[in-house]
Every structure is written in C-alpha cells, then in structure tokens.
Design a protein around this ligand. Structure first.
Ligand code: ADP
Ligand code: MG
Length: 315
C-alpha cells in the first residue's frame, strides 16, 4: 500500500467525520484552509509523541490514536479555547494495515468525542513518532493564560489526581483488579477538560493542564504570574481506587505524577463565589495564591518540582 492509498483509506474518512465550523478545506490540497471569524483569536499548539519516550513500545494502536489527540487537545482546554481541527504528522516504520486500522479507529473516536476534524497532515517512514497540531478559537482576548494569577486567588483542580501516574506501575498486569482497571483507564484514555476549560473563561485568572504533575504544573503558573501559593494536602482530590491501592503514598502520586490531564486553575475569590454550580462541582479548592514566591505545602516550604525534562534526568 502506497502513501496516498494509505492516507485515503485511513485518514481521509476522519476528515469527513467532523465538520469543524471554521474548516473551509480539509486534507487533499497543498494546505488546509481555516476561517477565523471576526472577533475571534486562533489558539494553537503542537505535541509530539515518540515511541519508547511518551508511550511504551508495542503500545495498543487504538489507545495511541485516542491518547495522541487527547493530550494535544488538553492544551486547548487549558487556554479555555473551543476545539476546531487538527493536523497529524505520522512517522512509522512500515504501513502495517492492522496497526493503521486500530490507530485510525482510536483517533476517530477522539475526533468525534472532542468535535475536532482532521484538517491534514504528513506521512513518512521512520521510527514511530506522532506530531499533532491542534487549533482552537476563542473570543478575542479571552484565552486563559498562565500569567494571570494574583495573591488572594484560590487554587483549584478538576477531577482526581495521581491515577494515571500510578497506572504506570500496573501496565503489565495480566488480570488487573477493578481498582487497577480504573487507574489504567485514566492512563490509556485521558479525557481533556474541554467543556470545563471553556466554562471557566471569565472566571479563572490562570490555567494549566496537569501533564507533568500538580507541583510542576502549578509551578508554571506561579512562575509566569510571579507569585507563590499555599496548598493543603488534605484537600487534594484522590480517587478511592488510588487510596486503596497506594495507601499513604497516594498523596505523593497526586502531587508529583503526571498524565492526568486535569486542569489546575487560579480563581479570584469573588469569581469563585459567583461561579455556576456546574463549574464549582467539577473543581476542588486546594489552596490560595500568595505574594511571596514559592510553594508552601501544609505550612512548610516545598522544594521546586521541575517535572519531566527530556534533556535532564529526574532528581
Ligand atoms: P505536499 O507534498 O503538498 O506537502 P503531501 O503529499 O504531504 O502534500 O500530502 C497530500 C495531502 O494529504 C495533504 O492535503 C495532506 O494534508 C494530506 N495528508 C498527508 N498525510 C496525512 C495524514 N496522516 N493525515 C491526514 N492528512 C494527511
Ligand atoms: Mg504541496
């Protein structure tokens, strides 16, 4: 099967699945065309996944297809942007039809779930690597940045933390228990908080998605905003699955492990008081933003957590 046949069979159907409001021309020409309506900003980001670095070797292709778009779309959620479309640069060692069918299936599910159309891409041979560029739009000036946190704001997170990171301990489990299965699902099928991201536009002063762990990613907000924060570990949302499996160590996963793709937000106190119930219900308040730089955990200064760095080994 040649390059063009492969694209036609596996990827063009995805382009027709979704009709992004703003996508004028999808794959097949030299470029795709996206219309940006007057008064809106284009918000875009790129993510690369390398086999053996970002996902295990011989990883299930349908999981990979979902995961690739989910983690890329999570950055749109963190900006409060409405998802529109994406491009896919796919490098793979060979055109294995079974693998392609699985991968395209997972990608199609994600594309439908997030309402994002495939706008185009590039297909090459080489070590398995995926690069996705995601496009979203937002009302002019309304994107939520990392730099907006102010002393007195509340720090809040969505969902539960630590589940996906803890799942890495169980990837090879032959017959996983229900608790382990719940964690594995968090790792294999991350659900970007797109609806929540757009719901907190005008409410959150800063936002980041938690890909590298709460301490590391909250650290990015604090650094960009030139503030500090105080966090109360007892308020961290931890799933019953993680608590049962890891006991006292669950807290460490919730603070330091990545791959959850929940949102960490800062919210001015009055915006929190006036926020719709639907938003408040999805968030746990875990602390407050303070003027002195640095992170205080349960009253004690907490060492900086740099998170994952590809060019530096973990401490
Ligand atoms: P060009 O040589 O002009 O850069 P390509 O031959 O790379 O174009 O691609 C031809 C068309 O197929 C383009 O519209 C491109 O967006 C699309 N395409 C290539 N690979 C993919 C892919 N993996 N997924 C979706 N569209 C793709
Ligand atoms: Mg061309």
């Amino acid at each position: 099967m040649g390059e063009f046949e492969l694209i036609r069979r596996y990827f063009l159907p995805l382009a027709r699945q979704q009709t992004a409001r703003s996508l004028i021309l999808g794959p097949g020409d030299d470029c795709a065309i996206q219309h940006i309506p007057a008064g809106r900003d284009l918000v875009f980001s790129m993510d690369t996944l390398v086999e053996g670095v970002h996902f295990p070797r011989n990883y299930r292709p349908d999981y990979l297809g979902w995961r690739a778009l989910a983690v890329a779309a999570s950055d749109l959620a963190a900006m409060g942007a409405d998802p529109e479309c994406f491009t896919l640069a796919l490098t793979m060692p060979a055109a294995d039809e079974q693998w392609l069918a699985g991968f395209a299936g997972g990608l199609r599910s994600a594309s439908n779930a997030f309402g994002m159309a495939l706008a185009g891409g590039d297909t090459t041979s080489g070590p398995l690597t995926l690069t996705l560029q995601v496009h979203g739009t937002v009302e002019h000036g309304a994107a939520i940045r990392r730099a907006g946190a102010r002393p007195g704001d509340l720090v809040a997170v969505s969902g539960t933390l630590g589940d996906a990171g803890a799942a890495l301990d169980y990837l090879d489990e032959a017959s996983p228990s229900p608790d382990v299965t719940a964690l594995l699902d968090r790792y294999h099928s991350p659900r970007p908080r797109l609806a929540l991201g757009s719901a907190v536009r005008g409410i959150a002063s800063a936002a980041v998605d938690i890909s590298d762990g709460l301490l590391a990613d909250l650290g990015h907000i604090l650094e960009a905003s030139d503030v500090g924060a105080s966090i109360d570990s007892a308020r961290l949302p931890v799933s019953p699955h993680l608590k049962r499996l890891k006991g006292d160590a669950a807290l460490d996963y919730a603070l330091r492990s990545g791959d959850d793709y929940e949102l960490c937000l800062t919210i001015p106190a009055e915006c929190w008081r006036n926020a719709p119930d639907a938003v408040r219900k999805k968030l746990s308040v875990i602390g407050t933003v303070e003027s002195p730089p640095g992170l205080i955990l349960d009253g004690k200064p907490c060492g900086a957590d740099a998170g994952f760095d590809h060019f530096r080994s973990r401490p």
